[in-house]
Design a protein around this ligand. Structure first.
Ligand SMILES: Nc1nc2c(ncn2[C@@H]2O[C@H](COP(=O)(O)OP(=O)(O)O)[C@@H](O)[C@H]2O)c(=O)[nH]1
Ligand SMILES: [Mg+2]
Length: 214
C-alpha cells in the first residue's frame, strides 16, 4: 500500500506543473479582455477620414501634440488623453491617421464600424471649383453612410474656409446640399467650416466635436 502512494506523488506534481503555463496564459487573457472591455468601453473611438491635403494630420497633431507632416500613408495613433475645457479629461482609443488616397478607402468600413465619432475632411475651395473633386467627396460620404449600422455622428469638416471670399454663403450652400443629400436613418450629419492652419479654429472644432452633448 505504502509503495503505491509514494509512486503516485510525483505524478500529481507533474500534472500540476503542466497546468501552470495554462493558468498564466488564462490570467493574462482574462486581464487583457477585461482591460479592453472596461478600459476600451470608456474610451472614445474616432475615425478621421477624408480627402488628401485636407487637414487630417493637422487635426491629429492638434490633439496629440505631435508635429507630423508630409504625405501620410498610414500612421498609428496611440491611445491618448485629451484635456478639454472645464477640466474634463477624455480618453481616446488607439486609431490610425490614414492618407486620403483612393486605395485607403478599403479601410473605411472597419473604421466606421469600430468608432463612435466619424470625421470627414475635405477642401471646400476645391469642392466648389473642381467637379471631379466634388464627385469624389460625395461618393466617399455615400460610402461612409452605407457602413452605418447604428446611429452615429458624422462630422463633415470643410477645411480651407480661409480661401473663400464669401465663406459664410458658400458654407451654408454646401452644408445644405450635403445635409439634404444624406438624410436618413442612423445618419446624424454635422457640418463645420474651418481653417485648419488657424489654432483658434481648431480649438473651436475641438469644442464642437468633444462637446458632451455630441
Ligand atoms: N490654408 C489652409 N491650408 C490648409 C488647411 N488644411 C490643410 N491645409 C494645408 O494642407 C497641408 C496638409 O495638411 P494635412 O493635415 O497634412 O493634410 P492631410 O493630407 O489631410 O493629412 C497643411 O500643411 C496646410 O498647409 C486649411 O484649412 N487652410
Ligand atoms: Mg495626412
Amino acid at each position: 500500500m505504502e509503495t503505491v502512494l509514494v509512486e503516485n506523488v510525483p505524478n500529481v506534481h507533474e500534472s500540476f506543473i503542466w497546468f501552470i503555463p495554462l493558468i498564466v496564459v488564462a490570467i493574462y487573457a482574462i486581464s487583457k479582455i477585461s482591460e479592453e472591455f472596461w478600459g476600451g468601453k470608456n474610451k472614445i473611438g474616432m475615425a478621421v477620414l477624408g480627402m488628401q491635403q485636407s487637414g487630417k494630420t493637422l487635426w491629429w497633431n492638434a490633439l496629440t501634440g505631435q508635429e507630423r507632416g508630409g504625405q501620410t500613408t498610414e500612421e498609428e495613433i496611440e491611445s491618448f488623453t485629451l484635456h478639454c475645457r472645464e477640466e474634463r479629461e477624455l480618453h481616446l482609443r488607439k486609431s490610425i491617421d490614414i492618407g486620403g488616397m483612393e486605395e485607403k478607402m478599403v479601410k473605411y468600413r472597419e473604421l466606421v464600424e469600430e468608432n463612435d465619432k466619424i470625421l470627414f475632411f475635405f477642401n471646400i475651395k476645391e469642392y466648389l471649383e473642381n467637379t471631379m473633386y466634388k464627385r469624389y467627396v460625395l461618393s466617399r460620404l455615400d460610402l461612409i453612410t452605407t457602413y452605418l449600422t447604428i446611429e452615429k455622428n458624422i462630422y463633415v469638416i470643410f477645411s480651407y474656409l480661409d480661401k473663400l471670399s464669401d465663406s459664410d454663403k458658400d458654407f451654408d450652400t454646401i452644408s445644405d446640399e450635403i445635409q439634404n443629400k444624406f438624410k436618413g436613418e442612423n445618419i446624424r450629419m454635422k457640418c463645420h467650416g474651418v481653417n485648419m492652419t488657424n489654432p483658434q479654429d481648431v480649438e473651436l472644432l475641438k469644442m464642437k466635436i468633444f462637446n458632451p452633448k455630441n
